[in-house]
Design a protein around this ligand. Structure first.
Ligand code: HEC
Length: 275
């Protein structure tokens, strides 16, 4: 009996130490090592360019488009939304530290009291609520324009998402599980393309890698169509016949938490052109 107990305790110890080892920091390190081995010529800072980092011609084309972005008029609308005072005279800036400058990189964060992930979009709606204004529809064009401008106030600062405490780690793990789990008719997982096959082509598109997926959204696809990060999840899900979930669903918010953590250390650059 005594022997059996010792054996069980030893097993428990092994399990605990394994869990402690395979945390978010270790995940990030392992993935970055893998991508570095796959693409030794791509600098870490260039991961923000996604698939463009793998194709100098496409990157040159992108650079020239970015000199005079076709979405500058849309960005003016976003700026106006951010700067127009609420009925009480305050503005969005009053809800964020440093008037919203260099703060977007720390979203999403885990709110221990509420027991859930808070995305930047959630913070925008919390701000509206606190100022007795109607909330914006999550995933709407209007909210996309507002967040594109608000996040651009953090351009150049780094993604710096914290995963600390049991609740935060659990949310991160759920997001990770969602990323790796196969689903839908074609039995795809996000990881099949962006972790197992980056650099390869699906039809005409070259597959990007996961780090850098969360540092530059919303994007303007074809230069004019605004797509938010969760909007992009929905597009990939639709293309691969996975279930398309609602904006602001617990699954997508956890997924965004996981993915943004893996973009830590990269420079924010919002918005950008994407094909
Ligand atoms: C069959 C392959 C495939 C699967 C599975 C897939 N994607 Fe994609 N994804 C693509 C392609 C192709 C693109 C466009 C080229 C690129 O940037 O990789 C893309 C682009 C993206 C981008 C935008 C990258 C950028 O910088 O513009 C994000 C974010 C993304 N996918 C997330 C996901 C998520 C989350 C899932 C799972 C729900 C997923 N993808 C599943 C193929 C896939």
């Amino acid at each position: 009996m005594k022997r059996k107990l010792t054996f069980m305790l030893a097993g428990l110890f092994l399990v605990t130490s394994f869990t402690a080892f395979a945390g978010p920091a270790e995940d990030r390190k392992a993935l970055l090592t893998m991508y570095k081995e796959l693409f030794p010529e791509i600098k870490f800072d260039d991961y923000i360019y996604g698939a463009l980092a793998m194709n100098p011609d496409a990157k040159a084309q992108y650079d020239s488009i970015m000199e005079f972005p076709p979405y500058s008029v849309d960005m003016e609308v976003g700026q106006k939304l951010w700067e127009t005072p609420f009925k009480n005279g305050k503005t969005f800036a009053s809800c964020f530290p440093h008037n919203g400058k260099n703060v977007a990189g720390s979203y999403p964060y885990f709110d221990d009291k509420a027991g859930r992930v808070v995305t930047f979009e959630n913070a925008v709606n919390d701000c509206l609520k606190a100022n007795a204004e109607p909330e914006m529809k999550y995933g709407s064009y209007e909210m996309g324009l507002l967040t594109a401008h608000a996040k651009s106030l953090s351009n150049g600062s780094k993604v710096d998402v914290k995963v600390q405490g049991a609740g935060a780690v659990a949310a991160y793990e759920k997001g990770k599980q969602y990323y790796y789990e196969r689903r839908g008719k074609l039995n795809f997982a996000c990881s099949v393309c962006h972790i197992d096959n980056p650099g390869k082509f699906t039809r005409s598109e070259q597959l990007s890698m996961l780090p850098g997926h969360a540092s530059h959204f919303p994007v303007f696809r074809e230069g004019t169509t605004l797509v938010t990060l969760q909007g992009r999840y929905r597009q990939c899900a639709k293309n691969t016949q996975m279930p398309v979930l609602d904006f602001n669903s617990e699954e997508y918010n956890n997924l965004e938490y996981f993915m943004t953590y893996l973009s830590n250390g990269l420079k924010m650059q919002t918005p950008v052109f994407r094909k």
